[in-house]
Design a protein around this ligand. Structure first.
Ligand code: ARG
Length: 404
């Protein structure tokens, strides 16, 4: 293997990636360039540059990818209805392919031979980073120090950091591992590893508890245009701002807390909690609108697509041809998913209380039990006669056999 002279490191400024920065320089004698994407982590990134430089980075990249994240990653997943194992809206999983794209592009610009990340050897994220990197540049060398170095615990990392004068923040003492972006917060480790226990109140980052949420419900209106959420209470919003807004309103009402035992790609089960007010509200509202505007077969088939889509995203296969083909299907289904959904947010619940669409397939004169009814009930007799034909035939032949 040719000598590695320059490495681009996916850098958050936290304990792991700070220690990695130093370790890579020592181990490879290489120059380390850091790369940080702003995806709505909810903390100012201005200190990152200083921190990276004082930890030894030769150059620092910080890119605001919030718009690209929302439009090209979150939105396709929302339209597809992608929610992993019925609960997790995939905030972390959706962010990985975009961060990796930034790393690969930076490596090209910087003529770096390698990229590096701070994922452990037992999580999903290592797979997402590396599969994406290989899809975008099969030649790139990928370094994953956490999988190979001699530092075996957080305490050892803290000791290493102190020995090497790496600046640390107090919150480095927190027992939780937290990954946050606009689409949600993922929280694991510490007391959450005890699956018999309710998450401690301080483990939640952006949502109120139902007890502390307002005593009165909050009613909101969300408008969609061809599957794209575009208005909040009648006012036009860009997707980034709409998501920020819903995280605030939903979070205040304790909406979007999720506690999940999930099946990781590498084979183990783990417990993670999530906070995703905007994602929970938008997935719910979008689906309610689809109930109104999609025909039965498309609606049912789309549920199968949604599950497959969520698995592909979770499993790091964002760049698979199947995911791209499913986008084609999903977009075709969204042509008439336009309209408005009214929701009631109240102490952790998000419930639909109204919907309307110019393309609504609900016809009151057919559904009603009042005298406005225009449905021809007599015609149902013939329908049932033909619909039951295969079962009647089976009953007369095979069922009779079974009884013998
Ligand atoms: N379990 C989630 C996933 O695989 C999140 C992983 C990262 N979580 C964290 N707290 N750092 O997508």
């Amino acid at each position: 293997m040719s000598k590695i002279k320059k490495i681009v490191l996916a850098y958050s400024g936290g304990l792991d990636t700070s220690v990695i920065l130093n370790w890579l320089k020592e181990k490879y004698g290489a120059e380390v360039v850091t790369y940080t994407a702003n995806l709505g982590q909810g903390k100012p990134l201005d200190s990152i540059e200083n921190k990276a430089k004082s930890t030894g980075a030769s150059k620092v990249y910080i890119e605001d990818l919030r718009k690209e994240f929302c439009l090209n990653y979150v939105l396709p997943a929302l339209k597809a209805g992608a929610v992993y194992e019925g609960k997790y809206p995939l905030a972390t999983a959706l962010a990985r392919p975009l961060i990796t794209k930034g790393l690969i592009e930076t490596a090209k610009k910087e003529k770096a031979e390698a990229i590096a990340h701070g994922c452990s050897g037992k999580g999903n994220d290592q797979v997402r980073f590396e599969v994406t990197a290989k899809a975008l540049n099969p030649e790139i060398t990928i370094l994953a120090p956490l999988r190979e170095w001699e530092l075996n615990s957080r305490e050892e990392e803290v000791r290493y950091a102190k020995e090497h004068n790496i600046p640390l923040e107090i919150k480095e003492e927190s027992p939780y591992s937290i990954d946050r972006n606009l689409w949600g917060v993922s929280i694991e480790c510490g007391p959450l590893e005890d699956i018999g226990q309710e998450p401690p109140p301080e483990s939640y980052q952006i949502t109120s508890s139902p007890q502390d949420a307002p005593k009165e419900p909050t009613y909101i209106n969300i408008t969609f245009r061809e599957g794209v959420p575009c208005r909040f209470n009648g006012k036009e919003y860009k997707l980034v701002s709409l998501i920020e807004k819903l995280n605030l309103v939903g979070g205040k009402n304790a909406v979007g807390r999720i506690d999940l035992i999930e099946n990781r790609l590498i084979g183990i089960k783990s417990r993670e909690i999530y906070e995703a007010p905007a994602a929970v509200i938008l997935h719910y509202a979008h689906r309610e609108l689809e109930r109104l505007t999609l025909d039965k077969d498309t609606f049912r088939f789309k549920e199968i697509v949604a599950q497959k889509y969520s698995e592909l995203v979770y499993d790091g296969l964002w760049h698979s041809p199947l995911r791209q083909a499913l986008d084609g299907f999903v977009n075709q289904t969204q042509r008439f998913v336009s309209g408005e959904v009214k929701l009631k947010l109240y102490k952790g619940n998000c419930t639909v209380v109204g919907r309307k669409s110019p393309y609504s397939l609900y016809e009151k004169k057919l559904a009603t039990y009042s005298e406005e009814d225009t449905f021809d009930q007599k015609a149902s007799q013939g329908f049932i006669h033909i619909w039951s034909l295969p079962l009647r035939t089976i009953s007369k032949t095979q069922r009779r056999e079974e009884k013998k």
